[in-house]
Design a protein around this ligand. Structure first.
Ligand SMILES: [Cu+2]
Length: 134
């Protein structure tokens, strides 16, 4: 009896551990954009942005190698008929080579004009692209 329970506990623990490891490693690209020789990728777990709070991961690579780009900001804007554009942004913190993470909150669905800007050892740059929130 003790052995049977012990086995069940081990199985459950293993499933939970595998689940969280897959979650951390499985990032999907929301957008990949070239800015001269820099490739900028916006990623998260689901590969899309939804209304509410979202994780934002941005990776910078040159020739497929990660690049330290220093300070990184991501800002978004959505034109709203008859009112000021809806603005949301994220300050991104370095999390490993060429990788920056933060969160962003969107009040509603709709296409966002996104600007990613960086300033650091690899120089100053920025790139713009559109991402739907859905
Ligand atoms: Cu809006």
């Amino acid at each position: 009896m003790r052995t049977w329970i012990g086995r069940m506990v081990l199985m459950v623990t293993t499933v939970v551990a595998l689940g969280s490891a897959a979650g951390a490693a499985d990032l999907k690209a929301i957008k990949t954009q070239k800015a001269k020789d820099m490739t900028v990728s916006v990623l998260n777990e689901t590969g899309k942005w939804k209304p509410g709070k979202n994780d934002v991961i941005v990776e910078f690579t040159k020739d497929k190698k990660p690049v330290d780009v220093g300070k990184v900001t991501l800002s978004t804007s959505m034109p709203m008929p008859g009112m000021a554009p809806m603005i949301a942004g994220a300050m991104l913190e370095p999390k490993g080579p060429g990788r920056y993470e933060g969160t962003i909150t969107f009040p509603d669905v709709g296409e966002r004009q996104v600007t990613v800007a960086w300033d650091g050892p690899a120089g100053k740059g920025s790139t713009k692209f559109a991402v739907p929130v859905r």
